[in-house]
Design a binder for this molecule. Sequence first.
Ligand SMILES: Nc1ncnc2c1ncn2[C@@H]1O[C@H](COP(=O)(O)OP(=O)(O)O)[C@@H](O)[C@H]1O
Ligand SMILES: N[C@@H](CCOP(=O)(O)O)C(=O)O
Length: 321
Amino acid sequence: MAVYTDITEDDLKRFLDQYDVGELTSYKGIAEGVENSNFLLHTTRDPLILTLYEKRVEKSDLPFFLGLMQHLAAGGLSCPLPLPRKDGALLGELSKRPAALISFLEGMWLRKPEAKHCREVGQALAELHLAGDGFPLTRPNALSLDGWTLLWEKSADRVDEVETGLQDEISSELEFLSAHWPKDLPAGVIHADLFQDNVFFLGDELSGLIDFYFACNDLLAYDVSICLNAWCFEKDGAYNITKGMALLEGYRAVRPLSDEEMAALPVLARGSALRFFLTRLYDWLTTPAGAMVVKKDPLEYLHKLRFHRQIASVAEYGISS
Ligand SMILES: Nc1ncnc2c1ncn2[C@@H]1O[C@H](COP(=O)(O)OP(=O)(O)O)[C@@H](O)[C@H]1O
Ligand SMILES: N[C@@H](CCOP(=O)(O)O)C(=O)O
């Protein structure tokens, strides 16, 4: 459960006094998520989500994240909206953390997505990429090559606690990616964490996207590779080409991928697999034993990385020309 910071009812009521959201009737910590502390609030009006921003979120990035949700929603994407306080500010403070109230999005995330859901995710990702156009703020991806190197430097000494013999493999992978990372592909605003728990469905219909706290400017096809990794592998580690095909077709129906973007997918997917391996590894090694958060398995992403390394043709992802 990701509640790193406790709140008291009195503090919460004082915080809510700054908003025009009705009276608090109940609140509870949300038993999901990894990065921030989230609470579901019920009031005499609409339900709300309260987020307290934690370690990996820089306060200076919050205007980008909150402004982006407003921009995307205005562009027709279904995503939560930050609520302004009575003084107009989108951000306040609670329990010594930057804190925001955002609208509650109806829906549930899918534990067992099928190919038809992957198609919708591909479509929604492309819609997000198009809707991001014209957003005036920028945020470089802090979790790209330089960020991976920093994370690796902090974890390399203890990587054997996860699997022995990984030092050389990960170091060589970083070298390979530094040498081969594409530079001239279309770029824009990306979600950068569009995993299953960040996509809500009502029945079989995608109802919206949440959790924009890794969003940044980067290669659009890199975001596609993140989704291939997150949505198209089975629990036993096998890549599901039917899901891959559906996700890519859904995406390309809204925003075509150029030949260069498609050819770059194996390298991009190696990069995105390494990115999630490294954050999970760092968290695995540093999260205190009693923390109320479910630690995610870094090895899942090591296996995905190895899969992408042996891709001979992008047809193996399910790309039909
Ligand atoms: N706007 C929202 N509407 C409904 N539920 C939400 C909303 N934002 C977050 N949640 C709930 O909180 C959980 C954690 O949110 P998330 O943003 O993924 O947290 P974290 O950034 O800590 O990973 C989600 O899985 C969902 O259950
Ligand atoms: N999606 C990441 C972890 C970030 O969690 P989220 O709750 O913000 O989606 C991973 O799986 O490693």
